[in-house]
Design a protein around this ligand. Structure first.
Ligand SMILES: Nc1nc2c(c(=O)[nH]1)N[C@H]1C(S)=C(S)[C@@H](COP(=O)(O)O)O[C@H]1N2
Ligand SMILES: [Mo]
Length: 428
């Protein structure tokens, strides 16, 4: 090396970098990330992983599953809300996350990389923080957009990554809170939002080393920079939120991978997996179709006409997928799961049910529903939606619909219901 490092011209010369700007962006993330963490944990709980191995995408969670509880059926829009917030907020925070990384980028490349034991710890926490953050946002977005590019393994990756990221955020907040509070007090936000580029000066009194020692002339004000980030977030919010809010807003959901134009008529709402895409053959769901209802003591076989003779009930419920989109409320009509349980010998106190589809390919096999979900009178084996028979894509001849639960609980092309079981017999 021919010149001392300190005298080399730093490539990071923006006059906007400084503890105040970093802290403003940090404050936004400090509100957003806990919401992402909590709604993410809730999403795992919503699968009722404790109920069955088929529900549990992260069987090795160990102590990290300490908080799990039986997912309720009230309010019926519960998962639509928690997961809509998780996905929409996660996407909308991307510009803030990137801006925050930009604002501290010189620190990520400081030399020497480690000066002391304390410094080493701080660097390690930064590695987990930046790495964990990028990992969580990337895996989440890839999953929503690209339909499970990591087959079967998205859930554990995102779950464990979430814990690592949350831990790193907590450590970072503990380390930086005093500095951040001081920085936020050092400038007045409203005054800053009135300052044009021409009057934009580097922050003063910096003790963090974020302010460039050799700042360039400003090309944008802090107002401009924050405005750009805010506008980016707002745009992402507007082109994402429609997929869970639905109605006319669905058309604005430009980023939504599923169902922007689901067609019209009774079946005119989004379909995630089509019958053809799930390799459902006509003979699987034709006149030869039978529903097998097993109550433990014996099985009953029902044709579609048999089912239609049973008392039919209505429920207005949405499908809300882990990917953040929702069908919005639809008018379902079918046989109550608890009536089917009674038919199978469980008149009083129906137990949970193990639901299998006639589908034999794809990642989808079966799900277990809890006793609470079976007992809820709005949980149906739906035969009709919005006044017409289900279409093949919506699960004809029969699909499950459960209030408050993730979309994956709503099995299509149902072939078998086993009350009192939580898994395939060979695993039981
Ligand atoms: N048989 C079967 N049922 C299924 C699925 C599937 O792939 N196969 N996908 C589940 C998931 S993940 C969701 S979100 C909903 C989506 O319902 P839709 O495909 O009718 O939109 O169906 C659920 N039921
Ligand atoms: Mo889903």
């Amino acid at each position: 090396m021919n010149a001392p490092l300190a005298r080399r011209r730093s490539p990071w010369r923006s006059p906007l970098r400084g503890p105040w700007l970093t802290s403003v962006l940090g404050a936004v993330l400090l509100v957003g990330i806990p919401v992402l963490f909590v709604t993410g944990l809730l999403s795992y709980a919503a699968y009722n992983p404790g109920l069955s191995a088929v529900n549990d995408k992260t069987p090795d969670k160990g102590l990290l599953g300490f908080y799990l509880f039986s997912w309720p059926t009230h309010p019926y829009w519960l998962y639509r809300l928690t997961q809509g917030v998780h996905v929409t907020l996660g996407i909308a925070l991307v510009p803030v996350l990137l801006a925050k990384l930009w604002s501290v980028v010189p620190k990520l490349f400081t030399l020497p990389p480690v000066r002391s034991a304390g410094h080493a710890l701080e660097r390690l926490s930064l590695l987990l923080l930046v790495g964990g953050g990028l990992f969580e946002f990337t895996t989440g977005i890839l999953n929503v957009q690209l339909d499970y590019v990591f087959p079967g393994s998205f859930y554990p990756l995102h779950f464990y990554g979430g814990w690592v990221f949350a831990g790193a955020v907590l450590a970072h907040v503990c380390l930086k809170l005093p500095t951040a509070v001081r920085a936020l007090r050092s400038r007045d936000l409203r005054a800053e939002l009135r300052t044009p580029t021409a009057r934009t000066r580097p922050e003063t009194g910096d003790t963090t080393g974020l302010v460039a020692s050799d700042p360039a002339e400003p090309t944008i004000s802090r107002r401009g920079a924050l405005g750009m980030v805010g506008l980016g977030s707002l745009t992402l919010l507007l082109v994402t939120a429609g997929q869970s809010i639905g109605g006319p807003l669905r058309r604005t959901a430009l980023l939504a991978p599923h169902g922007r134009s689901p067609g019209t008529g009774p079946g005119g709402f989004p379909v995630n997996k089509t019958a053809a895409g799930s390799h459902i053959r006509p003979q699987d769901v034709g006149t030869g179709w039978r529903l097998t209802v097993d109550g433990g003591a014996g099985t009953v076989q029902l044709t579609l006409d048999d089912l239609r003779q049973l008392p039919l009930h209505r429920a207005v419920l949405p499908i809300a997928c882990v990917e953040g989109w929702s069908t919005g409320d639809q008018h379902w009509e079918g046989v109550r799961l608890r009536d089917l349980a009674a038919l199978a010998g469980h008149e009083a106190d129906p137990p949970g049910v193990f639901v299998e589809s006639v589908q034999r390919t794809g990642s989808f096999r079966a799900v277990a529903l809890s006793a609470g979900q079976v007992r809820d009178g709005r949980s149906l084996l739906a035969l009709r939606v919005n006044g017409a028979d289900l279409t093949h894509d919506h699960g004809y001849p029969a699909r499950v619909i459960v209030p408050g639960a993730p979309g994956v609980m709503n099995t299509k092309w149902v072939g078998r219901l086993t009350f009192g079981a939580t898994g395939f017999p060979e695993h039981a």
